[in-house]
Design a binder for this molecule. Sequence first.
Ligand code: GLN
Ligand code: ZN
Length: 665
Amino acid sequence: MARGYQGAQGDVKAFTMKKWFNTNYHYMVPELDDDMELKLRSDAFLDGFHQARSLGIQTKPVVAGPFTFLKLARCTGNKSATDFVDDILFAYADILKRCGENGVEWLQVDEPYLVMDLTMGDVALFRKLYQTLLEQKGTVKVLLQTYFGDVRDCYRQLCELPFDGIGLDFVEGKQTAALVAANGFPKDKILFAGLVNGKNIWRTNYKDVLERIAGLKSCCDHIVLSTSCSLLHVPYTVKNEPQLSTEIIRHFSFAYEKLDELRELCCLAELADYSCDRRYLQNQELFQTSELRTDTEVQKQVAALTESDFTRRVPRKERQATQKELLNLPLLPTTTIGSFPQTKEVMQNRTKFRKGEISEEEYRNNAKGFIRDCIALQENIGLDVLVHGEFERNDMVEFFGENLSGYVFTIGGWVQSYGTRGVKPPIVFGDVKRKKSITTDYIRYANSLTDKDVKGMLTGPVTILNWSFPREDISTQEMMYQIGLAIREEVLELEAAGVRIIQIDEAALREKLPLRRADWHSDYLNFAIKAFRLCHAKVKPETQIHTHMCYSEFEDIIPEIDAMDADVITFEASRSKLTILDSLMAHHFETEVGPGVYDIHSPRIPSVEEIEAALRLMLDKIPADHLWVNPDCGLKTRGETETVASLKNMVQAAKNIRNECKGDI
Ligand code: GLN
Ligand code: ZN
């Protein structure tokens, strides 16, 4: 189900994979078929509980709640989520029963969907589920846990239902404190107060938290101090980072350290006066501004930006005409998103260089060897716009971070992304600036090997920031503009080196869109779009700017995506059934588009016919001279054999459809 299947027993596509709310963690979307029966299949959810208890530790098992499950599941037939209420209640009643039988004291039920904009129907569904379920809780205490925002649409209902504890997020939940202050908190429940940020890696400011606790004490009798969300989204411990100086590391708190903070905060909160306590004073010292983190030159540059820094001189339609003439590409041009499979040799080259076993010159020469092979391979496959393959990159964000000042890196700071894949987000520590030329040498080299165009390949400022751990002492806008200026330097350098197509990936733009619609523009979209425009506003009209987004669920923000003013956008669409195309058409989307024609997250090889079918669907909605043909994301996680086979099928399909189109034009 997770990876798709292709073999003796058939050919099945993988389940849809989506980002877990506003994080870079992915989940498989559960599918509910009409004839499906939901029931508890095993006690696996108690495995960790038993293991801990054998060590003498009582833990609370955690399960995803029925409301969030139903809201995120996809119904494949005629039934809708509400038709599964009885079934799912049956399954969760079993969970409670098994908890009771196994000596569970507290069961934590996660309902992050409660922080989304809820309709009255949603609130009614939530109430119905829990009214029934809580009647069956027996001796087990139930903690209803929310995170990633506030529960403004259902706070009252939450308080009325017979939960034993309610977990609220005071970090991302902008209105959480006000909700509690205005409505009070029920005397018979425990407040699990998420006051330590579970998503970022900075030390907690004790002053803020202790003041908040003091405020909460006036209306809550029982408070449990907690992190704002699961610690899945931060690395394990700073103890694995001996390479970082004490001056830097003392500012960090990973998962393990956050537990220490919780413990210290609990002690301090019990004191009549904590203001002279050593732990408190040491903590406060961390929040004095440090020179290490300030670069006034960059700050001035950002302050001096004007509208012309964000606006391309020639309107897109005119540019598109000029570019068509200059680039002379066939109808339905084929391309890829950037990376090619990271073979053993590619990874060994990086490891050897990192360990000092080979010189920089050797390393770069090897990288160029991979580029040469990759260009030859793409010419052989018959692609129209080529890429250099990204063999020098460990990761599309970490690589750029390494070439920017103001960044700090960890050795063991992994967080889970999807399946067994992890990412190691770099940390924005100070003001950010480009240290030196980053990609131009490789891209220039790749371009020298072929008559076709090779795309310059960069990561955009929104994605660099969204996949880093950001600072908390300056605004997101400020950080994005700083990174935007650095990428702009690189873009202009590529252009000067004769690169005619430049792709600036914004894979993570959609994922950090605030969960509540009311916050979209004020909080995020305005400056995220501007940060992207800042990167390319100053290029010549002939230079074609591409962007790429992994996550195509941008149906609600299509005008904003168009306003990024790129010339071409490629995006992930193969797992989301292409519904996005209708919205593009409805909004008269101007940017040329390359909706991914096959899914690269699965090793499955798409057939020529299947890609042709996808292209025909696309051509129903998108003018042929606006359509590109490409996979839905980079190929670095794939094996070589399946990649070559898939791309060959893709190129063949494009050729076949091109011939069909010729009759129409
Ligand atoms: N250019 C990047 C690559 O191909 C884009 C990856 C992504 O969108 N996550 O690897
Ligand atoms: Zn992608």
